[in-house]
Write a protein that binds this ligand. Sequence first.
Ligand code: SF4
Ligand code: SF4
Length: 250
Amino acid sequence: MDRHFSCIACGKCCAGWLPLSINDALENANLFPLFLLWTPVRQGAKSFDLTAKIGFTLKLKNRKLAAVRLTPMSYIPPQINCPALSEDNLCSIHERKPLRCSTMPFSASRDENDQIDLLIPRPGWECDISDNAPLVYKDKKISNPDGFLSERKQLLTDSEILKPFAQLMLDSKPALKMELEKMAVRPHGGNVVVGFLPLIHRLANVDINQFAASQLAVLENLIGITKENPECADAHKNYVQAAGELRAII
Ligand code: SF4
Ligand code: SF4
């Protein structure tokens, strides 16, 4: 089926978790609360092969495999707008917005022939999907795949850093491995969120003190915003823990 799509810049999709490349994360350490998301995908799922390629595979106790993707992200609860969204609902960093935002509504972490449901706006989104909007997807092919291909290339480049880092984390943190194994066999899957700091220690040319100071300011702001909201309790807890880890190194 063909799909038409045009963004009218309503800003409604600019809320909640935002996956980031490593570069986008580092460049926006003064804006986004940076965390790492581990996402297991069961064998047989549509995105298993691609996830195994940009992530890694994990042997499960039932002798099956899970593909696991490790994603840097701006960890914002769905009730809260992206910190880069301005009051007029426009992106304040439009000229240098993250690759993930440039590729929207497509996703390079899915196969090109598996994009069609991403072109159906979620409730409340004001995207133009009428026949007047440009034809963006035809015969399971993206009409202009430049952004999609750039994001895919970046995912593969980042995986060269993230794969060995993930292995190191799993070898040193049996509790994390057990949590992933648990998520991988749950009928509806799940994610594990951990702090970003361990990855920083593995990246070259990063001023750790500057990173920590930037992130601490971001987290302290979000701790204030989320503290009275029970729907943001998980995020609040993670912000408090990450802020404590950052204070310890400043
Ligand atoms: S960075 Fe800009 S485009 Fe991306 S989610 Fe935030 S406000 Fe929206
Ligand atoms: S919800 Fe649709 S129209 Fe609104 S900013 Fe996002 S992509 Fe654009």
